[in-house]
Design a protein around this ligand. Structure first.
Ligand code: CUA
Length: 316
């Protein structure tokens, strides 16, 4: 059916089909209930000479039939939707990462090579794109109706969303979580262009690659004074940190993922690395989320997980 919106991503058609099926299924059940209800209302209305003696016998086949058929239909809907949900939540391994930062009241976007844009999101046609999103202030929600995708964007954590655009053109981007005065004006445009045009657009930029910008900030914010190898102060070495396992002072351990690195910058006293004293100041009010992403890009550039490093080393 899809009466209203364009179907412009890989999710549009499957979600519309499921919506249609649910509408038909629930509509038929409601219709059935109402037909029987009206029929009884008329048949047993006041003054009618219908037989009102209670029937004592039951038909087992009827009982089983009207229990089992709806059961199978609705469990079928559940299986169908959980399948689609899993697809929606599982970005393919090679998806192009793009960072999105929401703030009152705009969408800031950063592409892999450092090119940035506001209230616009350029994506290549037919290529899976993975958005990694966070908020600078309150909860927002990234919503592209024509793509049938929506995801909350939450301060203090990274949420993800993926899709493959299947139509060229401009599609509205909305915020669908009330986030203050100008919530309704927090709109943008998703611009779907050919992969060639996307590459050309990406490289028509003089922006520093995120890892390079991250290094600049690393020096500027004074991180290098403690965390560079050979620095006078005893602070954890960041080489090969990303995706490695970190022993914490409380005896537990964590994998150094994006969330851990983010929190270590913004809330350094929450997870102390074993063998170190909690002397690092918080950067929560001093660094915005865009700069945190640049710092993360720099830290990631210092080495992947140890096994991958060893693997790469064996070939050199
Ligand atoms: Cu941002 Cu509503």
């Amino acid at each position: 059916m899809s009466i209203q919106l364009p179907e412009a991503s890989n999710f549009s058609v499957p979600i519309d089909r499921m919506f249609d099926a649910m509408l038909v299924l629930c509509g038929s059940v409601a219709l059935g209930v109402f037909v029987v209800m009206f029929w009884f209302c008329i048949k047993y209305r006041h003054g009618s000479d219908a037989n009102r003696e209670g029937r004592q016998s039951t038909k087992m086949s009827l009982e089983i039939g009207w229990t089992l058929i709806p059961f199978v239909l609705f469990v079928g809907m559940f299986a169908w939707s959980i399948n689609l949900w899993t697809l929606l939540r599982t970005p393919p391994a090679g998806a192009t990462p793009i960072y999105v930062i929401a703030k009152q009241w705009m969408w800031k976007v950063q592409h892999a090579n450092g090119r940035r844009e506001i209230d616009m999101l350029h994506v290549p046609l037919g290529v899976p794109v993975r958005l990694i999103m966070t908020s600078q202030d309150v909860i927002h929600s990234f919503y592209v109706p024509d793509f049938r995708v929506k995801q909350d964007v939450v301060p203090g954590r990274y949420t993800a969303l993926w899709f493959t655009a299947t139509k060229l053109g401009s599609f509205p981007l909305l915020c669908s979580e009330y986030c203050g005065t100008d919530h309704a004006a927090m709109t943008g445009t998703v611009e779907v262009v050919s992969p060639r045009d996307y590459q050309r657009w990406l490289h028509a930029s003089t922006a520093l690659p995120p890892a390079k910008r991250g290094r600049q900030l690393f020096v500027q914010f004074g991180c290098s004074g403690c965390h560079d190898p050979g620095a006078g102060i005893h602070a954890p070495d960041l080489h090969g940190l990303y995706r490695s396992r970190v022993q914490l002072a409380d005896g537990t351990s964590v994998i150094a993922d994006d969330r851990y690195l983010h929190d270590s910058i913004m809330l350094p006293s929450t997870q102390i690395v074993a063998g170190y004293t909690p002397i690092m100041p918080t950067y929560q009010s001093r660094i915005d989320e865009e700069d945190v992403l640049a710092l993360l890009a720099y830290i990631k550039s210092l080495g992947a997980e140890p096994s991958a490093v060893q693997h790469g080393g064996a070939h050199e």
